[in-house]
Design a protein around this ligand. Structure first.
Ligand code: HPA
Length: 272
């Protein structure tokens, strides 16, 4: 039973570190460095935790990190699990279910993406307010109703507004847009980029939607960011590679760090 597997994994995590995280953080391609800002960290390799899927994707370390960020107890996935690695939706979401079981009620999730919106350039940061699910299947059958009933309300309006405040305060712009999730693992052909632009999506990537659907099903508050690591140029012959994606992620990571630590500082402060 899934419940038993979650309990077993959480027992091992608590043995390593007795902490009740308020916020779960999933760090996407090239963004794992943010986990190094976590204070008093305990790092546990996914391979040490019963039933955890072990990621093989380049640029994903594969550690669960527990500690404090801006004074708030957090648990972070340094390295995410992708559907394209051959994992089922349940396997992709297993670590998130454990982080929720440990106490996290808020999810902050990040990814690297290709910019479809012609106004976006590499290195831009986008806060996601909608998604288009091209993965072809919901996380679990029972998530369908939850997702339908929360249609348009999956991403937390209040947190999105606060993310904009922190971007302004730090002097950079933050786009707000729609993320289209594909299965991957290949980047898009020019025709696919052209087609995806027509859907109205602003960015395209290969992750995030499975975890977001699962978090919505569990009633978590969700805030999601995308770093634009390449732009779709349907009329030019260009190609994208993983190294380019990771290096742009690393360049843009400080913006994400400013917003996330700013938001967490508010959470740690007196309630308003
Ligand atoms: N397409 C899909 N996923 C991505 C891209 C892209 O162009 N860039 C980074 N992740």
């Amino acid at each position: 039973m899934m419940k038993d597997r979650i309990a077993e994994a959480c027992r091992k995590i608590r043995q390593e570190r007795m902490l009740f995280p308020e916020v779960a953080i999933i760090l996407g391609s090239g963004l794992g460095g943010l986990a190094d800002s976590i204070e008093h960290p305990t790092k546990i390799s996914y391979s040490q935790i019963p039933h955890f899927p072990v990621t093989s994707a380049q640029g994903h370390a594969g550690n669960l990190v527990l500690g404090f960020l801006a004074g708030v107890p957090v648990v972070a996935m340094q390295g995410r699990i992708h559907r394209y690695e051959g994992f089922s939706p349940d396997e992709v979401c297993f670590p998130l279910r454990c982080m929720h079981q440990l106490g996290a009620q808020t999810l902050i999730v990040s990814n690297a993406s290709g910019g479809l919106n012609p106004r976006y350039i590499s290195g831009d940061l986008v806060v996601i307010d909608q998604h288009i699910n091209f993965l072809g299947q919901p996380t679990r059958p029972e998530s369908v109703n939850t997702t339908l009933s929360r249609n348009g309300e999956i991403y937390h309006r209040g947190l999105i507004e606060r993310a904009h405040d922190h971007a302004r305060r730090n002097g950079f712009s933050l786009h707000q847009g729609t993320y289209l999730a594909t299965l991957g693992p290949t980047y898009e052909t020019r025709s696919e980029y052209r087609f995806f632009r027509k859907t109205g999506a602003d960015v395209v990537g290969m992750s995030t939607v499975p975890e977001v659907l699962c978090a919505a099903e569990m009633g978590m508050r969700i805030l999601a960011f995308s770093i634009v690591t390449n732009v779709a140029l349907p009329d030019h012959s260009t190609s994208t590679n993983h190294l380019e994606v990771i290096s742009w992620s690393e360049i843009a990571a400080p913006k994400l760090r400013h917003i996330v630590t700013g938001l967490l500082q508010e959470l740690a402060g007196p309630a308003d």
